[in-house]
Design a binder for this molecule. Structure first.
Ligand SMILES: NC(=O)c1ccc[n+]([C@@H]2O[C@H](COP(=O)([O-])OP(=O)(O)OC[C@H]3O[C@@H](n4cnc5c(N)ncnc54)[C@H](O)[C@@H]3O)[C@@H](O)[C@H]2O)c1
Length: 276
């Protein structure tokens, strides 16, 4: 296992910045690691998740550690989002500099439906939760004029948006849509407010959402062996999120950014050849 050496000191990269973090469920969640890092770097934020996740997960534990407030919101419900943005800007004392969309769920994947036997009502749910919610969040932010100029908005994607990974099922379409929304809304918010919008395409990561994909263990191991740096873990992803929320990345927008240890540009690796 390659040691993913992490920076040991904070750089105050997010000093004075305010935002909303969607999708921290438990200590494995990418958003959980991101919230901790954002806090370390001087940022303040509101944590939000779907009401059921707030009941089942450990969000309040994280909120206590980060001195953050929690506001429930189903990211597919525009009225919830409007309330969330109104209350968040009030709590944080001003407009937002960053938004993390770290949300994904497919009922078809969760219920192990094969790609030839998808339930279409569930397919639409997958798209609504995992992709359309990104648009709803940005449209709400735009209508309420909730973002500061030079703000940064991020979603989390996966390489199944570009290449086929059978177990990923209808989440592949959701990620393709998510990345496309980042481009279209990135253009719009760039013109309107100098706000940038990007997606980070992350390595397989052991989380509630990740483990739901069938054969995840093998999948994880394969990606690890196919990546010269190994799979990027959630803590490394959190570092990248901080970079993308900081002023150091202010001219990057409308991109799908690969955070995968080199997986996406590897044809084959010595480890895979040895296995064969
Ligand atoms: N784990 C991986 O292997 C991996 C790889 C690449 C990308 N991603 C993406 O990273 C993001 C975060 O996932 P994770 O791996 O940290 O898993 P996770 O299960 O910890 O997070 C997913 C979150 O989505 C939230 N959510 C689901 N429905 C919602 C709704 N209607 N409204 C609001 N929130 C809702 C869940 O409550 C949960 O907190 C997702 O977009 C996921 O697709 C994950």
């Amino acid at each position: 296992m390659i040691n993913q050496k992490a920076p040991t000191m904070a750089y105050n990269l997010l000093q004075g910045k305010k935002g909303i973090v969607f999708g921290a469920l438990d200590e494995h969640s990418i958003a959980w690691h991101a919230a901790q890092k954002i806090k370390e770097e001087g940022g303040s934020f509101v944590l939000t998740n779907a009401p059921i996740a707030l009941r089942m997960g450990k969000v309040y534990e994280l909120a206590k550690a980060c001195q953050a407030q929690v506001i429930p919101a189903d990211a597919t419900v525009v009225e919830d989002l409007e309330r969330l943005f109104r209350e968040s800007t009030e709590i944080l004392g001003g407009k937002l500099d960053f938004i993390l969309h770290s949300i994904g769920m497919s009922p078809n994947v969760r219920k192990n439906k094969s790609y030839g036997d998808l339930d279409y009502a569930w397919f639409l749910k997958t798209l609504d939760i995992s992709a359309l919610s990104f648009h709803k969040i940005m449209q709400t932010a735009e209508k309420l004029d909730a973002m500061n100029t030079w703000g940064s908005i991020l979603g989390l994607s996966y390489i199944a948006a570009q290449r086929n990974f059978p177990g990923y099922s209808d989440m592949s379409q959701a990620k393709a849509m998510l990345e496309s929304i980042a481009r279209s809304y990135g253009y719009r918010l760039g013109k309107l407010k100098r706000v940038r919008v990007n997606t980070i395409s992350q390595s397989p990561t052991y989380t509630k959402a990740g483990n739901g994909v069938s054969g995840f263990d093998k999948f994880y191991e394969y990606a690890h062996k196919m990546s010269p740096l190994g799979n990027a873990n959630a803590a490394a992803c959190a570092d990248y999120i901080v970079l993308m929320f900081s002023d150091l990345s202010r001219m990057v927008t409308m991109q799908n950014l690969m955070h995968d240890g080199g997986f996406s540009n590897s044809g084959v690796t010595d480890e895979i050849i040895e296995m064969l």
